[in-house]
Design a protein around this ligand. Structure first.
Ligand SMILES: *Cc1c(COP(=O)(O)O)cnc(C)c1O
Ligand SMILES: [Zn+2]
Length: 450
């Protein structure tokens, strides 16, 4: 079978075990008409299996960081597994994906790990992994508009990064975007991104969960298309994180993947990427997953204590990891299914723990945002407790670029975050512009470090 002859197909399928109703990807729909459950994108695996695992690997490797559109994007390098039927001219990409797998080898040695890699998903056009899902969603919207579906605008509720991604990709495609943000709960850098991209930005006097409730109602009007991760098109792009990590490890599966979670779309996507690779024979085992939550917004951690038996949403408390300040995660059922299948565990990080872990990682050359701090803190706790073992190979998903969180970094090093570890903070030393004074300080400080 030839790859150029497009025999690959995908559709929406209801995630309810006994329902399974299907819908076309060209339909404006986010949850099942019959039972209200979320949908997921289902691929025709029998067709995909006609290409051998080795051929898929060779194909994906040949496209990696390619100069040929649309394979300039890491997501679209896996086009047949993402949105096989989209017309190439409708793809809206900003070169997302193929982010660096940072080898924190010195830290791995200090922790007695077999390897510690940080997947730098925040090194991306708008500075977070949300770009990976948004390229797929906005491309599909462009395809639908080209097919005559009456869509006037795209809309989302956001804790910051989703809105930045949506506003940028929509502006690239020339589609109006509407953003609902919780007032005073996102960083200045995150807030100014959709403003700059010309989105209609509404700050609502509520939290993320409140914004989500509003956008769900607004998008009942089918001409306004919902871009939150309950729309499973987003998951399709984010799924490629799993494939890229494996590819970057020469198609080997790590022992652990650590990922911060809020609305729990990304952990669902990660799991689905590994499931698809296993189904198609590219890998023969699954990694374990450690889902990390901020202690102030940890409903899944609570449910994990009872083996995920009873999940209860909470009112999320304020956390420096503002993008995961979510108490009522939309994708919780998908995430629990994945965590059970991947022998997953859930860990929490306090404000001090996430701040210190981010700073500790920075001393190995990283520049961590608070969400990656949550993941790193959870990794350290799981290692301490013995869940992550000596010699294990661990990949931590970094979800955003530290440059979006300058206030967090400044406050940490100015010792304005209570309870953090003084030894990890660093300060600027004022000094007269004169050699004697400089040498005096160097003498003191360099001795100090011996
Ligand atoms: C969106 C986001 C998350 C959480 O992802 P979910 O899919 O909502 O669990 C984590 N970190 C950052 C920086 C984000 O923007
Ligand atoms: Zn259904």
């Amino acid at each position: 079978m030839s790859l150029t002859k497009n025999d690959f197909r995908a559709q929406f399928r209801c995630t309810h075990e006994t329902c399974g109703k299907t819908y076309s990807l060209g339909q404006v729909i986010y949850s099942c008409e019959r039972d209200g459950e979320l949908l997921s994108v289902e691929h025709d695996l029998d067709q995909l299996k006609k290409i051998s695992a080795k051929e898929w690997k060779d194909l994906f490797d040949s496209r990696y960081r390619s100069r040929a559109f649309p394979f300039t994007s890491g997501v679209w390098g896996k086009k047949e597994w993402v949105l096989p039927e989209i017309k190439v001219e409708n793809i809206v990409t900003s070169g997302e994906g193929t982010s660096h797998l940072y080898d924190a080898n010195r830290w791995a040695k200090d922790l007695d790990l077999g390897g510690l890699f940080i997947k730098q998903c925040g090194i991306s056009h708008t500075g977070s992994f949300k770009d990976l899902g948004m390229t797929v969603l906005v491309s599909q919207v462009k395809q639908m508009i080209a097919d005559g579906v009456p869509i006037d605008a795209v809309a989302c509720a956001s804790t910051g990064d989703t809105s930045a991604a949506l506003a940028s990709y929509a502006a690239k495609a020339g589609i109006p975007s509407i953003i609902f943000l919780p007032a005073n709960k996102v960083s200045t850098a995150q807030l100014i991104q959709p403003v700059s991209n010309g989105a209609l930005v509404l700050a609502l006097d509520t939290d993320f969960d409140g914004c989500m409730a509003i956008v769900k109602q607004v998008t009942r009007e089918k001409s306004i298309y919902l871009a939150n991760s309950m729309n499973s098109l987003r998951i399709e792009g984010q799924k490629t994180i799993a494939i890229e990590i494996t590819q970057q490890l020469n198609w080997n599966v790590p022992d652990w993947i650590v990922i911060p979670g809020g609305n729990l779309g990304n952990v669902s996507a990660l799991g689905m990427g590994f499931e698809m690779m296993k189904e198609l024979g590219l890998i023969d085992r699954l990694p374990r997953i450690l889902l990390a939550q901020a202690k102030n917004a940890s409903p899944l951690y609570d449910s994990f204590q009872s083996g995920f038996a009873n999940f209860k949403s909470v009112t999320a408390q304020k956390t420096l990891a503002s993008a995961i300040q979510i108490g009522d995660p939309v994708s919780v059922k998908k995430a629990i299914r994945i965590l059970k299948k991947f022998d997953g565990i859930v860990e929490v990080a306090t404000e001090e723990e996430l701040s210190d872990a981010a700073a500790r990682g920075d001393l190995y050359g990283l520049y961590n945002d608070p969400h990656t701090g949550v993941a790193l803190a959870a990794m350290l706790k799981a290692k301490e407790r013995g869940d992550i073992k000596k010699g294990d190979q661990v990949v931590v998903i970094s979800t955003a670029n530290g440059l979006k969180f300058t206030e967090f970094k400044v406050n940490y090093h100015e010792r304005k975050i209570p309870g953090t570890d003084e030894k990890l903070s660093n300060s600027i030393i004022s000094c007269p512009a004169e050699l004697g004074s400089v040498m005096e300080i160097l003498g003191k400080k360099l001795n100090h470090y011996k």
